[in-house]
Every structure is written in C-alpha cells, then in structure tokens.
Design a protein around this ligand. Structure first.
Ligand code: NA7
Length: 542
C-alpha cells in the first residue's frame, strides 16, 4: 500500500453504463477521477451475464446512450432486442470512442470507502491495495450486479460443474449431449431455457414460482425503419426522458401509436379489452403491461391481463398439466418483473424438457449426481443456477461504507435502504448513488435513468465548484420524507404484493422494503429539477 494515498476529485465505482458516462462528465468538469471496475472489461452487468440467450428486455434503439447525437447516429443495432454480446460491443465502442479506458482500473474491486470528516474526503481502498482519497465517491455499482447463490443444502456436493447465470464463463458452455438441471424461472432462466434445451440431451427446469412472460417478437431491424427512426431520434429521446413513451418501448410501432394514451381497463368493454390484449401480445415485449393504464393499480384489471396470459400459456403448451404448472397464480402480473421471451413456453413441448414444480416444497438437497425434492431424485450432469440477484442494495452493502462518525451504511440501512431521491444518504456526505434505491431505476429504461442521474450529479458538482462549496449532504428530514413518499407511491400500486426482488423478498433475511421509485421517470425528473431550482432543497451544501 503506498504511503501517501493518491488524491483525486472523484472516485467512481463500476464501469458499467453509469460509470462510463459519469467518468465522461467528470472529465468535462475538469475533475480528476478514476473508475474502479472488478471485471477486466467495461459493461457492468452485460460483462458478467453471458448466459445462453442473454439479451436486453428493452429495445435496442431505446436502450442506448442519448447524450451524443453523433454516437446514436453512427451505431447500428442489428436486432429489435440486442443480445448480450452486441451490448458489450457497444459499451466497449463507447469506452474507446470517448477514450475512457485510460482512467479505468480493471480487475480491481473496491472493498472499503470511509468518509473522513476532518478533511471532508472519502478514503477508498481496493482488493489490490490501492488507496485513494477523493472529495466525491460516486457509486455506479448497478442494480443487478450481485448474483444470489441459493442457500440449498448440499450445493457444494454436486460432482458436475455448476454455472451461475450472472457469472457465466467467458468461454461459454457446450451442453451438447448433457443432462442439465436448471433452478429458477425468472428472466434469466426464461431466456436461457429455450437455448439450452435446443442443445442439451435433456433439460429439467425446477420452478418455485411460475412467472408471467410475453413474447419478445424479436427480429432483425429493418434498415429503412432504422433510418427513419434515426431522423427523429432526438424527439424520441426527449419523449423518453419525460416518460412520454413506455419505459419498455415497443419502438416498432409508429410514433403516434407509441405515445397513445392507453386508457383505463375499467372503462373498456369486454370486446375492447380482448382486442387490446391481443394487439399488445402481437406487438410483443414488456409493453404488454401498458395495454391498460390501470393494470398495476387495479386488482380486477390486473387479474384480467393475468388470465389473458394464462390462456395463452394453455394454448401454447400441449400437455394440460404442464400448462397449469406454468400458469402463474401467486402474484399479480407485473409485480414480479414481467419477462420477455423467445419460445419459452413452446420449449415445454419438447420431448427433452421436463418441468418440476417445486412450489411450496424447497429442494431437500443437492446431491453428488443431481438433487432431491419430495424424496424424488433427479440426476443431471450440469447444474445451472438462474436464481437471481441481491438487487439494488447488494453491491453497496457488499462494501464497507462508513459516513460521518464512522456510521456504517449497513447500519443506516438495517431496516431497508434510506436515501434522498435515491441519490444521497444522510450522514454520508459527497457519496452519490447512481440509480440508487429510491429512484425509478429498475422500473424504467435503465439508460434513461442513468443519464438523468449522471446529468443531475454533474450539474450539482458544477454548482458546488462555481460557488466554492465542497460538502453535499442529504438532510435527515428530506430523506425521511422521500422514503415515506417512495412507500406511499408503491403502496398505491399492486407492486408490494409481488414478493419480488424489488422488495428484497428473494433474499432470506433482507428487509421487505419496496426499493425502486414507482412514480415514473417523468414526474421523478420534475421532482429532481425542482430540487435544483429551489437551490438544492433538502440538501445541506456548505
Ligand atoms: P429473478 O427474477 O430473481 O429469478 C430468480 C429465480 O430463481 C426465481 O424463479 C426464483 O424463484 C428462483 N429461486 C431463487 N432461489 C431459489 C431456491 N432456493 N430454490 C428454487 N428457486 C429459487 O432473477 P433473474 O436473474 O432471472 O432476473 C433478474 C432480472 O434481471 C430480471 O428481472 C431482469 O430485469 C434482468 P422465486 O420467484 O423467488 O420463488
């Protein structure tokens, strides 16, 4: 460890899309900054999640940076939903194009960040012995970046290889001729299952909770359509920043259709309802959730959308018993993140795929040859864990972060994350969390939310520099009020009924708090802009 720590204006943790853009903006401010990144390349979650079939569930033309009109014109996406390798190529292209890599320290994980009150600096230490002091510590650690290994007895006893979707080997896995056991039926599994099934000798899927999935209707992008879209890219970006297009897109629709107010389920006739669901199902993608504006607000509207999807599952899956097991009944549709698939339900018609419903019966144990549940042994050669993430707080709480008087973030967040605007935490001055808990983040197009937070932080830092200010802290009252507001908004929806990772419900012992802000990116942006306009209301800046 060097005797004199390196002094910088800012440290950024993570070189995913948030960290890359933050670095660029810090440079524009003339600030010295480094980014620490655990991987040996950029891309964050897209660097790690290399499982078969991995692709974005938001459409590629929207899931991309908007800050540079040149960049958006010169980059060409090939499919409606980009694959993980294509997104990774894009992240790498951006890093090269804006010469970002020279300030990124790869294969370096931040383990500790302590605020030193006397000097108003953050002292940041890494697993490679770096020690850096910086005025600002900016967490760009992602919302789904800490994979969750389930606490199943005997997991270490399995003799074959075990692969975790979120830590997939870079060289890939060849499943040819192998019997595969896969645990989990969230988004990752729903993308991986059709691809693994097509390769493996046999695939057994262990399902604890049936999930709702809608067809992606993926395909190559038509160059003429892309050209036209690019002519109006700026308008689209403006609308998406203000929440005027669905966060999940459905960009293949003409502009007027994309923006169309969807209307209330309760005021639609039976025939209109069915026609609307059918239309959205055919268009494909998560925008199905926007068929009616009250799907996530009204139980009757929700149940009607849920039953429509269940009936689709019953149509697609040939074996009626398997179809019923695949029909979700434990949560309102959309309260666990809606999945977007290519041939998921159809895969269960294959002779080499078996669904094992383990709802209500935890896996007894993993064994040397497979696993046992309800005293039945299942044998396979390879085990795949598609068991999700310690979402939103996992990466932050995985570091030893200490604020004023040595208070640990883990203690401040003992009963769940607390933050003002999802950006700043009381008692942790100059610590900023990009798309932190309490902001729209995972309920939005992440790229839109990342850019909004980075831009807000940039303006705030510029304001501080212009006025000779060096210390930014969220006030306790502002934090309390924001936490109340986040809860109030969530409680007006059906989201809290979902038992999802949004609530921390997938991690044993994690406090049950609805973490993202469900108020939408448009209103949220207005709130943040209002805070700025009112001279950083709710912050103490000195
Ligand atoms: P998810 O959506 O959290 O899915 C994880 C799945 O793993 C889910 O079906 C879980 O069942 C299942 N799971 C977790 N632990 C166990 C144990 N112990 N036994 C059986 N089954 C288990 O994660 P994904 O990676 O698929 O997707 C995360 C997000 O990434 C996704 O929403 C997109 O935004 C991208 P459960 O539902 O908890 O009963």
């Amino acid at each position: 460890m060097p005797e004199t720590p390196e002094r910088l204006d800012a440290v950024v943790v993570g070189a995913g899309f948030a960290g890359l853009y933050m670095l660029l903006r810090l440079r524009e401010l003339g600030m010295s900054a480094v980014v620490f990144e655990a991987g040996d390349g950029v891309g964050g979650t897209w660097y790690w999640n290399r499982y078969p079939g991995a692709r974005c569930d938001a459409e590629s033309m929207g899931y991309s940076y908007s800050f540079s009109p040149d960049l958006e014109q010169e980059w060409d996406w090939t499919e409606r939903y980009a694959t993980q390798p294509e997104i990774l190529r894009y992240a790498d292209y951006v890093a090269q194009r804006f010469d970002l890599k020279r300030d990124i320290r790869f294969e370096t994980r931040v383990v500790e960040a302590h605020y030193r009150e006397a000097d108003n600096v953050w002292s940041v230490a890494t697993d490679r012995g770096d020690e850096v002091e910086a005025r600002f510590c900016i967490m760009a650690t992602g919302c789904l970046s800490v994979p969750q290994r389930p606490d199943i007895p005997g997991l270490g006893d399995f003799e074959g290889p075990t692969y975790v979707t979120g830590e997939w080997p870079h060289e890939g896995v060849d499943f040819t001729g192998l019997r595969v056991g896969l645990i989990g039926t969230g988004s990752s599994a729903i993308q991986a299952v059709p691809v693994i099934a097509a390769e493996a000798e046999h695939l057994t899927v262990f399902q604890r909770t049936a999930n709702f999935s809608v067809p992606a209707k993926n395909g190559p992008l038509d160059p003429d359509w892309v050209r036209e879209f690019k002519e109006n890219y700026r308008d689209y970006r403006r609308d998406s920043r203000h929440g005027l297009v669905s966060d999940f897109g459905a960009l293949v629709l003409p502009d007027s259709e994309r923006k169309r107010a969807t209307g209330s389920f309760l005021s639609a006739s039976e025939a209109e309802r069915d026609a609307r669901y059918e239309e959205f199902w055919e268009v494909g993608g998560a925008r199905f959730m926007g068929a009616f504006e009250d799907t996530l607000l009204d139980p009757e509207a929700n149940e009607s959308a849920a039953e429509f999807v269940r009936n689709k599952i019953r149509e697609i899956v040939e074996d009626p018993e398997t179809a019923e097991h695949l029909c979700p009944t434990s949560h309102p549709i959309g309260t666990k993140r809606i999945c977007v698939d290519t041939g998921y339900y159809e895969t269960f018609n294959r002779p080499n795929v078996t669904l094992v419903d383990i709802a209500g019966t935890p896996i007894d144990t993993v064994t040397a040859k497979g696993l046992r549940v309800r005293n039945v042994e299942y044998e396979f050669d390879v085990l795949v864990l598609a068991t999700g993430f310690d979402a939103m707080t996992g990466a932050l709480l995985g570091m030893d972060i200490r604020g004023v008087s040595g208070e640990r973030l883990a203690d401040h967040w003992q009963a769940g994350p607390r933050s003002y605007l999802g950006l700043c935490v009381n008692g942790f001055p100059n610590l900023l969390t990009i798309t932190g808990p309490g902001s729209p983040s995972v309920l939005s197009n992440m790229m839109v939310s990342i850019e909004q937070h980075v831009d807000w932080v940039t303006e705030c830092l510029r304001h501080m520099a212009d006025h000779g200010l060096t210390r930014l802290e969220a006030k306790r009252q502002a934090e309390d009020d924001w936490v109340d507001h986040v809860n109030e908004v969530a409680n007006a929806t059906l989201f809290p009924q979902g038992g999802s990772w949004y609530l921390g419900a997938n991690i044993p012992g994690k406090p049950r708090v609805f973490m993202p802000y469900a108020g939408g990116v448009g209103p949220y942006r207005e709130i943040c802009n209002g805070v700025t306009a009112r001279d950083y209301e709710g912050f103490s800046i000195t």
